[in-house]
Design a protein around this ligand. Structure first.
Ligand SMILES: Nc1nc2c(ncn2[C@@H]2O[C@H](COP(=O)(O)OP(=O)(O)OP(=O)(O)O)[C@@H](O)[C@H]2O)c(=O)[nH]1
Ligand SMILES: [Mg+2]
Length: 402
C-alpha cells in the first residue's frame, strides 16, 4: 500500500500538485456511499483543514455517487486515480491524435458524473434553479457530449487509416516495439540505440504519449525499426486503454516486443505483471517478447547479482542493460541482431537477368550478401523473410532456403 500511495504521489507531482498529507483506512469493503467510513471522513475533513488542502486524491476508483458524497462532506474537490491520470494525459498530449484520444476518454469518464459537475455549478449560483432548468441543461449537455464522442470516434478512424498506409510502407523490415511500465526507460533505450537525441526523456510519469519510430542500425545488414510507445501503469483507466488501442496497434504488428523493466525499482515484478495484463487486454500477449532489464547501473554489485539470479529463474532469455551507461545497451543490440536475422534466413534466389523489377524488390526488402550470374540468370545469396520469399516466388523467381 505504501508503494501504491508513493506512486499516487508521483502522479500528483506529474500533474502539478503538492502532496501535503495522506490518510489510509483498513476496511473489508469500501463504503457504498462514501468509500471511507463515517469517522474516517471526519478525520479526512479535519486533516484537509489543518493542511489547508484544496484537493483530495483517491488511489482507487470512486463511483460517481461516492465522489459527490465525499465532496459534499469535505467541501473539497475530489479526484480518483483514473481522473488524475486522464488529467496528466490531457496536459501532455501533443499530437492531434493523442489529444483526440484523451478527450474521448475524458468525455466517457465524465458522462456518468455530469450530475456531480452540475452541482458544483449550482453551488456557485446559490442553489437557484437547481430543479427544472438544471435538469434540462444536464440533458442538453449529455446530448452534446454524446455528439462529440461520436465525432471524435469518426475522426480517429480517419487518422488510423492513414497510419495503416504509413505502416505498409515499412513492410519487410524487422520491427520491434518498446513496451513497459511508465518511467522504465523506454524512450531512453530508443534514444541511445538510435542516437536520436531529440527523443523526449523525463523523470516523470507519462513523458511519452505518441508512438515514435526510429531506425536503428545494428552495424550490419538492414537497420531495424524500433517504436517507442506510451507507458502503462496499474489501474490504467479502461477508457484510456480503449482510446489508445489504435496507437498501440503498432505493438500488435511488431515482430518483437521489447518489454523494458526498471530493474532498480523495488516492485518491478509487480510492474511486469501490470504490463502483461494490459498487453493481454490489447491481445498482444502471443507476440514474442524480450524482457529488457534496464537501469542496472543503479544497482550495487550484490543487487546486480541477485537480479541476475532472479531473472535467470524467472525469464532466462532476458537481457540486463543500462540505457545510460556507455555500451550499456550492447546485450540488447546483439539480441536484436540475432532475432532480426533469424526471421530472415539466408536463401538462394534465382532471377532472370532481364528482370530488373524483381531484383529491385529483392534489394528493397531483403539483404543481398552475394551475387553472380549463371547464363541468363542472376544467382543471389540473400537474407529474405517468408513474406518476401513468397512474393518473389509468385513472380517467377526461384527461392531455396538452406
Ligand atoms: N540510472 C538510469 N536512469 C535511467 C536509465 N534509463 C532511463 N533512465 C531515467 O529514467 C527516467 C525515465 O526515462 P524515460 O526514457 O523517459 O522512460 P519511459 O519509459 O520512456 O517513460 P514514459 O514515457 O514516461 O512512460 C529518466 O529520468 C531517465 O534519465 C538507465 O539505464 N539508468
Ligand atoms: Mg517515454
Amino acid at each position: 500500500m505504501d508503494e501504491h500511495l508513493e506512486e499516487l504521489g508521483e502522479l500528483a507531482d506529474t500533474a502539478g500538485a503538492t502532496v501535503v498529507g495522506q490518510i489510509t483506512q483498513q476496511i473489508d469493503r469500501p463504503h457504498a456511499g462514501t468509500y471511507l467510513g463515517k469517522g474516517k471522513i471526519e478525520e479526512l475533513t479535519r486533516l484537509l483543514e489543518e493542511k489547508e488542502a484544496s484537493l483530495v486524491l483517491f488511489d482507487d476508483e470512486l463511483s460517481p455517487a461516492q465522489g459527490k458524497n465525499i465532496e459534499d462532506a469535505t467541501g473539497r474537490r475530489v479526484m480518483d486515480r483514473a481522473e488524475l491520470i486522464l488529467d496528466i494525459f490531457a496536459t501532455r498530449a501533443r499530437s492531434s491524435e493523442a489529444k483526440m484520444q484523451v478527450e474521448l476518454a475524458q468525455l466517457q469518464y465524465m458522462l456518468p458524473r455530469l450530475t456531480r459537475m452540475w452541482t458544483h455549478l449550482e453551488k456557485f449560483r446559490g442553489g437557484i434553479g437547481v430543479r427544472g432548468p438544471g435538469e434540462t441543461q444536464l440533458e442538453t449537455d449529455r446530448r452534446l457530449i454524446g455528439h462529440r464522442i461520436k465525432l471524435l470516434r469518426e475522426r480517429l478512424v480517419d487518422v488510423q487509416r492513414q497510419r495503416v498506409v504509413q505502416r505498409q510502407g515499412r513492410r519487410g523490415t524487422f520491427r520491434a516495439s518498446l513496451v513497459g511500465y511508465t518511467n522504465a526507460g523506454k524512450s531512453s533505450v530508443l534514444r541511445s540505440l538510435s542516437g536520436a537525441s531529440e527523443i523526449f526523456v523525463e523523470d516523470r510519469l507519462f513523458a511519452t504519449l505518441d508512438p515514435l519510430t526510429r531506425e536503428v542500425s545494428l552495424g550490419e545488414g538492414q537497420p531495424v525499426l524500433v517504436t517507442d510507445t506510451v507507458g502503462f501503469i496499474r489501474k490504467l483507466p479502461h477508457h484510456l486503454v480503449a482510446s489508445f488501442r489504435a496507437t498501440l496497434e503498432e505493438v500488435g504488428e511488431a515482430d518483437l516486443l521489447l518489454h523494458v523493466i526498471d530493474a532498480s525499482h523495488p516492485v518491478w515484478e509487480e510492474h511486469r505483471l501490470v504490463v502483461d495484463q494490459v498487453l493481454g487486454e490489447l491481445g498482444a500477449l502471443s507476440k514474442p517478447v524480450l524482457h529488457v532489464f534496464n537501469k542496472t547501473d543503479r544497482l550495487s554489485p550484490e543487487q546486480f547479482q541477485a537480479l541476475h539470479e532472479r531473472v535467470n529463474n524467472l525469464l532466462p532469455n532476458s537481457v540486463l542493460v543500462s540505457a545510460l551507461a556507455p555500451e550499456g545497451l550492447a546485450p540488447l543490440a546483439e539480441e536484436l541482431r540475432l532475432r532480426a536475422r533469424a526471421l530472415r534466413p539466408i536463401s538462394e534466389v534465382r532471377i532472370s537477368i532481364s528482370d530488373g523489377r524483381l531484383l529491385a524488390e529483392l534489394h528493397r526488402g531483403g539483404e543481398v550478401l552475394e551475387q553472380r550470374s549463371e547464363g541468363d540468370e542472376l544467382v543471389l545469396t540473400a537474407r529474405v523473410d517468408a513474406a518476401l520469399a513468397g512474393r518473389l516466388r509468385q513472380q517467377g523467381a526461384g527461392v531455396t532456403t538452406a
